[in-house]
Design a protein around this ligand. Structure first.
Ligand SMILES: Nc1ncnc2c1ncn2[C@@H]1O[C@H](COP(=O)(O)OP(=O)(O)OP(=O)(O)O)[C@@H](O)[C@H]1O
Ligand SMILES: [Mg+2]
Length: 204
């Protein structure tokens, strides 16, 4: 991680604690970090799971790759240094949401194990890695944004799965077969994970 530039900075304790906030909301904050190839279903699944939880009164927020690159990270590109900084910042924002007691769901390809580990290390107790597993052939046949077509035509360099690597997670908390299962079945698996791990109470 980059060294801290500012000196004479003192942490100010917050008057409302994380436990207070969680008591108010009736559930805990956690980051569900979705990783997988483009078109594997990260955004679709994260949003569907957020909607299902929201309907149960759970506070949620989805952090999505392209949206973040238009705002917080608009000064970052796709160089190796910028990719690292991109994930570091997203990880810090996700951690803030967890501390605020929100179930936050991040949808970034995040192809490198080292970067995913950085995000986990930022909040080890409140981080769950969800691997959206779908074959490249399935993803390419979906191609909802036409990205694979562009990448195959040589219009995008460093496109994950085509001309840049995707490192499969070595220790995901959940593997969801988004290539074969229905969206509803995948949502149920994600919800079951947050219930099992005690972040959200099971539905009555
Ligand atoms: N079980 C499933 N889970 C999620 N998406 C599915 C599933 N089955 C089919 N799909 C379809 O797959 C596509 C996934 O696209 P989506 O934009 O969610 O992918 P993504 O992983 O966010 O890609 P990117 O990294 O490019 O943002 C959608 O068209 C969605 O309807
Ligand atoms: Mg997406």
């Amino acid at each position: 991680m980059e060294e801290q530039k500012a000196t004479n900075v003192v942490w100010h304790e917050l008057s409302v604690s994380q436990a207070d906030r969680e008591k108010l909301r009736g559930h805990k904050g956690v980051t569900l970090w979705f990783t997988g190839l483009s078109a594997s279903g990260k955004s679709t699944l994260a949003n569907a799971a957020a909607s299902a939880l929201h309907q149960r009164g759970v506070g949620t927020f989805v952090l999505d790759g392209d949206n973040i690159r238009q705002g917080l990270n608009k000064n970052l590109g796709f160089s190796p240094e910028d990719r690292v900084e991109n994930i570091r910042r997203i990880g810090e924002v996700a951690k803030l949401f967890s501390t605020a007691g929100i179930v936050n769901l991040t949808a970034f390809i995040s192809p490198y194990e080292a970067d995913r580990n950085t995000a986990r290390d930022q909040q080890p107790e409140t981080f769950l890695l969800v691997y959206c597993k779908a074959d490249i052939e399935v993803c390419e046949s979906r191609d909802p944004k036409g990205m694979y077509k562009k990448a195959r035509a040589g219009q995008i360099k460093d496109f994950t799965g085509v001309n840049a690597p995707y490192e499969e997670p070595s220790r995901p908390d959940l593997v969801v077969d988004t290539g074969k299962k229905t969206l509803e079945a995948c949502v149920a698996e994600v919800i079951s994970l947050v219930e099992r791990r005690g972040f959200v109470k099971a539905a009555k």
